[in-house]
Design a protein around this ligand. Structure first.
Ligand code: GUN
Length: 287
């Protein structure tokens, strides 16, 4: 079997087009221009690329984009003050602090992210938004897992009743993915670094999600023939070579559908961020 390749490009374009129409409607009906502020602290090259892509997408869709660049030696207090300022700004509806933060303030990440007004928290990382997701009334949902789900839906892949296995338990992907898939009536298992007999568990999966950050960690023998494989990993193994968490060339022979890296779910993350900015406007104005 050779898997169907779920390319993110077309799906991302569809999602962005629907966000663009919503932005247009909000402008016409309510005279509001949705605004996103992205804060980047320091000079992490990967983060700079991600932030540039977010800015470009905003411009394409008619969303006002403010990129706040802060130096590597920014203190926690300076960053908190900036967040307070953006929380109060009337023309900013979404705030995102690009991660990872520099080493000097990294251990304050939680306090910093929690300072964002939950209604402007387009990353969906605030405990209030996490709680809403867990209790089944999601508001702003983390963009990457939301993008994975959207992609499965757009590809016509059924979720209800399926066995889903997630490898990785991060707050950004693994945990929200668990709740999203469970809310759609999948039976979900979350595996992590201490899971015993990992490949026995992963071979049970109808839908296998890899979100661990280890290049080509998921090998063909870990995949049930015919499974759908969603690869969330983005690992740089050489200056110009990105690979996922799945050994794509081998997995493509076993799975029924698979997302590539690059060009897979990564593209959906930015598209879902645009959707979240629109959603944030709607939550703030109750429209
Ligand atoms: N860095 C890598 N992924 C993400 C994300 O989803 N949100 C933020 N803020 N930073 C990231």
């Amino acid at each position: 079997m050779t898997a169907k390749i779920l390319s993110g490009k077309d799906f991302a374009a569809q999602i962005k087009e629907s966000a663009r129409l919503e932005v247009e409607e909000i402008k016409n009906k309510f005279n509001i221009t949705p605004g996103l502020a992205v804060i980047i602290v320091g000079e992490n090259p990967a983060s700079q690329v991600y932030v540039r892509n977010k800015h470009k997408s905003c411009e394409e869709l008619g969303i006002k984009s403010e990129v706040v660049t802060m130096p590597e030696n920014t203190t926690k207090e300076e960053l908190l003050n900036k967040i307070d300022e953006l929380n109060a700004a009337k023309d900013i509806h979404g705030i995102l602090v690009q991660l990872p933060l520099p080493d000097a303030i990294k251990n304050h990440s939680e306090e910093i992210l929690n300072r964002i007004n939950p209604l402007k928290d387009v990353d969906g990382f605030h405990p209030m938004n996490v709680g809403k997701l867990v209790t089944g009334s999601p508001a702003l949902v983390p963009c990457t897992p939301a993008g994975c789900l959207e992609m499965l839906d757009l590809a016509g892949i059924e979720i209800e009743g399926k066995r889903a296995v997630i490898i990785g338990r991060s707050n950004i992907v693994g945990k929200p993915m668990l709740h999203l898939l469970m809310s759609r009536n999948a039976t979900v298992t979350v595996c992590h670094s201490r899971t015993k007999n990992l490949s026995e568990v992963t071979r049970e999966a109808d839908i296998l999600v890899a979100a661990i950050g280890k290049p080509k960690f998921v090998t063909a023998d870990m995949i049930k023939p015919g499974a759908v494989v969603v690869d969330v990993g983005i690992n740089r193994i050489a200056p110009k070579k990105l690979v996922g968490d799945v050994d794509f060339d081998a997995a493509v022979e076993v799975a029924s559908a698979i997302t590539p890296v690059p060009g897979g779910v990564g593209l959906l993350t930015v598209a879902m961020l645009m959707k979240n900015v629109v959603k944030a406007v709607k939550l703030q104005y109750q429209i």
